[in-house]
Ligand binder design. Sequence first.
Ligand SMILES: O=C(O)C1=C[C@@H](OP(=O)(O)O)[C@@H](O)[C@H](O)C1
Ligand SMILES: C=C(OP(=O)(O)O)C(=O)O
Length: 449
Amino acid sequence: MSHAHGTPSPVASRSGAPLKGRIRVPGDKSISHRSMIFGLLSIGETRVEGLLEGDDVLRTAEACRALGATITREAPGRWRIVGVGIGGLTEPKGVLDFGNAGTGSRLMMGVAGSHPITSTFDGDASLRKRPMRRILDPLAQMGVTVVSEAEGGRVPLTLRGPRETIPITYETPAASAQIKSAILLAGLNSPGKTTVIEREATRDHTERMLRHFGASVEVAPHGTDGRAITLQGQPELRGTDIVVPTDPSSAAFPLVAALITPGSDVVIEGVMMNPLRTGLITTLIEMGAAIERLNERNEGGETVADLRVRHSRLTGVTVPHARAPAMIDEYPILAVAASFAEGTTRMQGLHELRVKESDRLAAVAAGLAEAGVAYEIEGDDLIVHGSGGKVRGGGRPVATHLDHRIAMSFLVMGLATAEPMTVDDGAMIVTSFPSFIPLMRELGATIQD
Ligand SMILES: O=C(O)C1=C[C@@H](OP(=O)(O)O)[C@@H](O)[C@H](O)C1
Ligand SMILES: C=C(OP(=O)(O)O)C(=O)O
């Protein structure tokens, strides 16, 4: 399964019946990537249940195979990985092609770069625009050689790992779980202690999985919102079982769809409630959303809950910059919710949105303009002037720039606008949420591809 290039496939959505029913979204993308990676770096067998079979994760699986892992798909979502252990990677024969995936490529730079092998990283037109210096700089401090790179520190690039990786203490220049994870993963193959300091806490899936596979990790508070994470290098990771909880970043789409579509009443089952991922839910509840957390329980080491979501009258709020790491991928869909709210929503400090699959600040703004929504961009803040429930929609097809979240956000918007919405290309949706269209249709949504 690979996303189509060169042949954009437009998709349209229109308003219709209220959304009703119960759905379960696929497994979390962050944890799915890491399941493959930890499987590769372990001795013995790792069994994964509920893996997200999106294109991004399949690319990571392919890269792990090229580095020596034996990976088999036993049933939908059920995968078996036999690893080679830390230090045991083999040099890949070809280029590691990560497609659209920032997470896969950046984390694997830490993994492959910390081994005495040569590896080349590439990706699609979107990934080729994304900054990799943020990973290459700390890896260089750890002794990794950047043999070649595209202009500005981008893929395609080639790394050569040192004979012995140097453990470092590094403060990340941006709130980024990808930077943190790449360094910690490189630190696995170095003697001594590797410490990553983050000024704002970001998603902690790597730290949790390191412990789950047997590594020793200490986490201490740093400043008001930050953390210092210290890993003891060269542990022996042992293959283990993983149950992947469902992805809150995917659940965000049916959730906002139900909030903005009159008469809707939907349950999204088993959504991961890791507090470093629930900034959107916090924000929507502040806006007046009827979201009930039901049947809270533990699945795969994370708290999950069934979310009952009903159509709601929303009110604009200010979303503080400090909340960004906990909802970084959810700003496009929050902008959609804000368009239907009463009053103004100000989202502060969105500079990291400019280096995602697209410049999401610009892409969201352009989509809002097509739909007739009033907005402003002030520095790195996005200000959306809500219409109290009525959004015109229509306009020209929204340009998605190879960005799955832009595509899904504006398709959700079209479920409640007066005129239908079209996105210029839905092909990238398979990178994170391949069942998005069928699941939305199950709830009663009208989406045509
Ligand atoms: O570590 C991860 O799995 C991710 C971290 C975030 O990126 P940044 O680290 O660039 O903020 C997020 O946007 C991405 O979808 C997944
Ligand atoms: C930013 C995202 O992913 P990545 O960085 O892995 O491409 C995303 O899924 O919204």
